[in-house]
Ligand binder design. Structure first.
Ligand code: SAM
Length: 268
């Protein structure tokens, strides 16, 4: 672990990356490593560490350093040869890693959606600073924020997590950006908003318990649920015959997961 941490300090996140670090340092009882001459890409880093391992008589120096660099890059099962070839094609390391940090959030990154610049964190900080100085302008309902051109959602999501009372609308003209922002948003959804108890059923059973009082005979409820819920809902409804509710249909979402429920009232 110490070794991986040590190697992380030298990872090549590019001239604009925030994880800069060019100093090699000693680990264990080894004498200090010479400082790296400059930022290295993944392939160069593998060679660098292969050289060090060979000099110190570590067996399988090349393979070891490939796996360690791959692991540090978050791609435990990806051989560095893959990384090497995609780096050769100049694919940004953020796309290779599939994620990138922004304001303490780990966000998914995927081409062709824009990779947020580290400088953009300063914009977020400026907005937060303004907000903290002008609480009277924001009012009781919290700030309402519109981001035009949200890309991966970095700005919107970092504002939303740091101003949890805010309402944020993020728009982009690219479908890929919208879906990446939604995916990233799901990872940072307010846990309370999704907290349905141990099996996630609490809110669903509350709604279904209330339903007979609100629905006409043959009235319907449509629910969007977690894929494990259709079966749980079906079992729960069978155990509650006094509710006179039936699960009449389950539909899959476009990923093929059972996601939508149609529940209908069928009695007094
Ligand atoms: C430079 S990127 C910035 C993305 C994000 N704000 C960030 O800092 O990471 C600009 C984004 O604006 C979007 N965009 C460009 N023109 C737009 C328009 N007319 N309406 C909505 N989005 C637009 C692009 O698709 C792109 O995702």
């Amino acid at each position: 672990m110490g070794l991986w941490r040590q190697m992380l300090r030298t990872l090549p996140f590019g001239p604009s990356g925030r994880r800069r670090g060019t100093q090699g340092r000693a680990f264990g009882l080894w004498p200090p490593c010479p400082p790296l001459p400059r930022l290295l890409n993944a392939t160069e880093l593998v060679s660098h560490w292969t050289g060090i391992f060979e000099k110190r008589g570590i067996p399988e120096a090349q393979v070891s350093s490939e796996y360690i660099v791959a692991h540090v890059l978050g791609a435990k099962t990806v051989k560095c040869s893959v990384i090497r070839s995609i780096r050769r094609e100049r694919m940004p390391v953020q796309y290779i890693l599939g994620e990138w940090d922004f304001q303490g959030l780990s966000l998914k990154m995927a081409p062709p959606v824009f990779i947020p610049r580290p400088e953009t964190e300063e914009l977020v900080e400026w907005v937060l600073e303004e907000m903290s100085q002008r609480p009277h302008v924001i009012g009781q309902d919290g700030p309402r924020i519109l981001e035009v051109g949200c890309g991966s959602g970095a700005i919107s999501l970092s504002l939303l997590t740091q101003l949890p009372e805010s309402q944020v609308i993020a728009v982009d003209k690219e479908e890929a950006a919208i879906s990446l922002t939604s995916e990233n948003a799901q990872s940072y959804e307010d846990p309370v908003a999704l907290d349905g108890g141990d099996e996630g059923m609490d809110i669903i059973t509350d709604i279904l318990t209330l339903a007979p009082r609100l629905l006409k005979d043959s009235g319907s409820i449509f629910l969007e649920v977690d894929p494990r819920h259709p079966e749980l809902v079906s079992n729960w409804l069978q155990s509650q015959p006094d509710l006179y509710l039936n699960l009449v249909a389950v539909r899959k979402d476009f990923y093929g997961k059972p996601r939508f429920l149609h529940v209908q009232r069928s009695g007094p």
